[in-house]
Write a protein that binds this ligand. Structure first.
Ligand SMILES: Cc1ncc(C[n+]2csc(CCOP(=O)(O)OP(=O)(O)O)c2C)c(N)n1
Length: 643
């Protein structure tokens, strides 16, 4: 036994060090690990509740399994902070989610101990099964362990993977981390089923559970397993659903009790036949009173005071786009009882928690199930309702076929409210909304608009409500608006018409979305240098305001498009249209400013925009390059306020 006061964590550089400890020391280690994580997240902000809930599980998994040779895959990856501390990254843990620092999720490029990167949910069983198949083909014998939450388990992909794993009878371990929480309370039949297992009538002792497990071991090991039965506690069993899918179900076991976790995992590791599901019950936010007491169990926090748990909240200078969207939709729903709203497990993230309070019967949280959310919305639309599918740009990627096949091909007027469009700061590339302009722009029937500010957002929500001929998509970014006054009521915009913000003459900045503020700032500077600059808000990407853009192309020497999205989006559509109209032979100098062809790591938004070349300084630089103006780049005088 280590001496009580020696920090064990200081002796753990990597899991191999952890495996040198006595089992009896692991409780102390887990406590130290929890304190270290709380302290680190208090200075960085980030996902806290999920990590707190898996501290003991993390210690137990690295103690029993031979990581990194045994593959340990964390679903979503937001609970992997304790894992990062134990796997050679403790010295950088206070750089979590910062520019140049550790990612907030698992990431292959970061460590050998992260065999699979994540950010989006419900991928771990599929990835693990692939690794298990690869192991078998290569004749190796390492273990594969996928840890997945009860929320993530609600997604179709998790079931597809279990279905396949059961049929392949592949040797892998799935740890179901059941904390009865997604970000919000979990929804759906799966969650109800897990609750039934926990409250089920078929009680079985921990002794029985180990006995059952030991029957699957080679005889030489059975005696050892029997010795472990001294860890007896009252426990229940269930898990028929998983058994029907071909898994050997073990549990439920207390995920904070190392005396339970260790022998079960030890036995499971020795089982050499077929997939095993270990149902572990944990508490999100465990071991930190402010987290345990809060409604969201501190799923995601800003910097906070460790003693009080009080989070730093900068006073917002303007309402958030998400908030404006929610208020606008509530407002519209008051006048139109066909307006309904759908979220895929993100009620607070999308603002639909407010809508649900106002209209509980007209708001649907379908769980982490974006594909289903979209087709469900299509069904509602087919019956004459006006469904708003509020889904982050990055998560809508998962439902692309549903957008194409169930919505666009059938021309069903589903209204997509695409939040977090563009760069997202600390969550990094897995969460960036970079591609929706490109992936929706190719679809016949789709009408696409982007809000340049929060007032525009309100108008566009009204426009979507009124427009029922085609599906429509409205994109808006993360964070606060520009502080513009909000109209009393959203006005219905004319579909496919842009607006001229200022008329210049020589240079035209044609913006789609919230980079408009940077375009204005750049135009101020260019004007001051004598380059008369027009600024135009395209408002719509589909249909394009062809007449307006062709006129702009004719009347200006330089035309720059601007958007917070990857190539293939607004700029590409404009260039294509100009080419079709033989405008590119006319001497017009044009460029499309888009997100670059790289994944931009997490950082402060301003730094990310600099990397992306989408700030006023780079707009000016590009214009000067096209005009062939020599000399020092023009200096941007003032940053735009509130953006
Ligand atoms: C495809 C996808 N949709 C939505 C999210 C947003 N999201 C992140 S964590 C989370 C809840 C996950 O719940 P669970 O799997 O139970 O893990 P817990 O946080 O409770 O540990 C959600 C909805 C996501 N990461 N991926």
């Amino acid at each position: 036994m280590a001496e009580t006061m020696t920090p064990l964590l200081d002796r753990i550089g990597r899991p191999a060090d952890l495996r040198q400890l006595d089992k009896g020391d692991l409780r102390q280690l887990a406590d130290e690990l929890r304190v270290e994580m709380i302290d680190a997240v208090s200075v960085t902000g980030g996902h806290l509740g999920a990590g707190l809930g898996v501290v003991e599980l993390t210690v137990a998994l690295h103690y029993i399994f031979d990581t990194p040779d045994d593959r340990l895959i964390w679903d979503v990856g937001h609970q992997a902070y304790p894992h990062k501390i134990l796997t050679e990254r403790r010295d950088r843990i206070r750089s979590l989610r910062q520019g140049g620092g550790l990612a907030g999720f698992t990431k292959r490029a970061e460590s050998n101990y992260d065999p699979f990167g994540a950010g989006h949910s419900s991928t771990s069983i599929s990835a693990g099964l692939g690794m298990a198949a690869a192991r078998d083909l290569a004749g190796k014998d390492n273990n594969v362990v996928a840890v997945i939450g009860d929320g993530a388990m609600s997604a179709g992909m998790a079931f597809e993977a279990m279905n396949n794993a059961g049929a392949m009878d592949s040797r892998m371990v799935v740890i179901l981390n059941d904390n009865d929480m997604s970000i919000a309370p979990p929804v759906g039949a799966m969650s109800a089923y897990l609750a039934r297992i926990l409250s089920g009538k078929t009680y079985r002792s921990f002794r029985r559970l180990l006995k059952d497990l030991s029957r699957h071991l080679p005889e030489s090991l059975q005696e050892k397993a029997r010795q472990m039965e001294e860890y007896t506690r009252g426990f229940m069993t269930g898990g028929t659903l998983f058994e029907e899918m071909g898994f050997y179900y073990v549990g439920p076991i207390d995920g904070h009790n190392l005396d339970h976790l260790l022998p079960v995992l030890e036995n499971v590791k020795k089982m050499q036949n077929g997939p095993v599901l270990v149902h572990v019950v944990t508490e999100k936010g465990h071991g930190y009173a402010p987290a345990e007491a809060s409604d969201d169990k501190y799923h995601g926090v800003s910097k906070f005071n460790v003693v009080t748990g009080e989070q730093e909240k900068a006073a917002p200078s303007a309402p958030s786009y998400t908030g404006v969207f929610a208020e606008a939709l509530i407002d519209e729903a008051a006048r139109d009882d066909k307006v309904v709203a759908i979220t895929a497990a993100m009620p607070s993230g999308t603002g639909l928690d407010k809508f649900a309070k106002a209209y509980p019967d007209r708001c649907f949280d379908v769980g982490i199930a974006e594909q289903h959310a979209v087709t469900f919305a299509a069904g509602l639309a087919s019956e004459g309702f006006k469904p708003f599918a509020a889904i982050y740009s990055t998560f809508l990627q998962r439902a692309y076929d549903q957008v194409v096949h169930d919505v666009a091909v059938q021309n069903l007027p589903v209204r997509f409210a695409i939040d977090r469009a563009g760069l997202v700061g600390a969550d990094g590339p897995t969460h960036a909304g970079s591609f929706d302009n490109a992936y929706l722009g190719t679809l016949p029937n789709m009408v696409m608009m982007a809000a340049a500010d929060e007032a525009e957002l309100k108008h566009m929500v009204a426009t979507q409500v009124a427009f029922g001929e085609h599906p429509s998509a409205l994109r808006y970014p993360r964070g606060e608006g520009v502080g513009i006054e909000l109209p009393e009521r959203g006005q219905v915009l004319e579909i496919g018409k842009g607006r001229i913000m200022r008329e210049g003459g020589r240079v035209c900045l044609l913006s789609y979305g919230t980079r408009l503020a940077e375009a204005q700032l750049a135009a101020d500077q260019l004007d001051a240098q004598g380059f008369r600059t027009s600024v135009v808000d395209a408002r719509f990407m589909k249909p394009l305001d062809e007449a307006l853009i062709l006129r702009l192309a004719r009347e200006h020497e330089v035309l720059l498009t601007l958007e917070e999205g990857a190539i293939g989006g607004f700029g590409s559509h404009v260039m294509h249209m100009l080419a079709e109209n033989a405008m590119l032979e006319s001497g017009l100098k044009c460029r499309a400013l888009v997100l670059p062809d790289i994944y931009i790591d997490q950082d402060k938004p301003e730094t990310m925009y600099d990397k992306a070349g989408l700030n006023a300084a780079q707009i000016i630089e590009t214009v000067c390059g096209l005009l062939g103006v020599d000399g020092a780049p023009i200096e941007v005088i003032a940053p735009k306020a509130g953006a």
